[in-house]
Ligand binder design. Structure first.
Ligand SMILES: [Zn+2]
Length: 285
């Protein structure tokens, strides 16, 4: 089973996770820029984070045989902090970088006027840079949040078939599918979507344009949820080809809209900016 996790925050995860993901079949992933839990107090904090998503984290992923791309943006939550909003002016130069395959994650958290502005501005950045957009839908007030998100996307110059609406569930999938957007589902351990519910949704709505992710981060989450959905699909009678469509070909097709997805082998490197992952000489030498 080859797996592409289209939404996972690896900077919050351990090397054990990387190893387990590789063993489970994960070969590629996209890490969207997000909220770090600890609020940022200045724009420089975003820029160092963006640089880590472009440099250090791909190096760490490559050490485990996983191809790393990223999506960059001002996240919905911090769009409400005036100390953070000026990062929008810096995004123009960051969105030009080779391994940036989308603008994201953008969208709504509490649906404030500041979030409206940041969302519209970043949908336009996606248009300007010919990138697709990864749009987070709110965890509270979901139905209204998705309806409003779709309205804002329709008012933007970005076609809906270049938008991935993420964190969908039973209450929002029909509206999202009607909109023509790609459909993202985050599968979490205790809350929200689990693999059984996911399989039921795939039965009802089909696997076309559906992407499944672990959205694993610093909270209670599981980076192997993609694999667990694949196994649940097989147990329910889906074919290997349908599993491959959901776990590999759909995410590849969506991020290939950037024209920048490169799934070739990364050259092995000894260090990144003079920093190495290995600690001293291997035990057997
Ligand atoms: Zn996320």
């Amino acid at each position: 089973m080859r797996i592409f996790d289209p939404h996972i925050h690896m900077s919050s995860r351990t090397t054990d996770d990387y190893r387990a993901m590789r063993d489970a079949g994960v070969r590629a992933l996209v890490e969207p820029a997000f909220w770090l839990g600890q609020p940022r107090t200045n724009v420089g904090s975003f820029l160092d984070y963006f640089d880590a998503l472009l440099g250090w984290e791909p190096y760490r992923a490559a050490e485990h045989g996983i191809t790393h791309h990223c999506a960059l943006a001002l996240n919905p939550k911090e769009a409400n902090d005036p100390r953070c909003v000026p990062v929008l002016a810096e995004l123009d130069r960051y969105l030009r970088k080779d391994s940036v395959v989308a603008v994201g994650e953008i969208g709504y958290d509490s649906m404030t006027p500041a979030e409206d502005e940041a969302l519209a501005a970043q949908l336009q950045l996606a248009v300007d840079h010919e990138l697709p957009a990864l749009v987070h839908t709110p965890h509270r007030d979901k139905v209204a949040g998705v309806a409003r998100t779709i309205d804002v996307v329709r008012e933007s110059a970005l076609p809906t078939d270049r938008v991935l609406l993420d964190h969908l569930n039973e209450t929002t999938v029909a509206a999202a599918k009607d909109s023509g957007c790609w459909l993202g589902f985050s599968v979490y351990p205790d809350t929200k979507m689990d693999e059984t519910r996911m399989v039921r949704l795939l039965r009802e709505y089909g696997p076309e344009k559906v992407l499944v992710n672990s959205a694993a981060d610093w909270g209670n989450s599981d980076p192997l949820k993609t694999r667990k959905v694949g196994e649940a699909m097989l147990a329910d009678g889906f074919s290997d080809d349908e599993v491959d469509l959901v776990l590999w070909r759909n995410p590849v097709a969506f991020y290939a809209l950037s024209g920048r997805l490169d799934l070739g082998e990364r050259p092995e490197r000894d260090d990144y900016a003079g920093n190495v992952l290995r600690r001293g000489a291997p035990a057997d030498s």
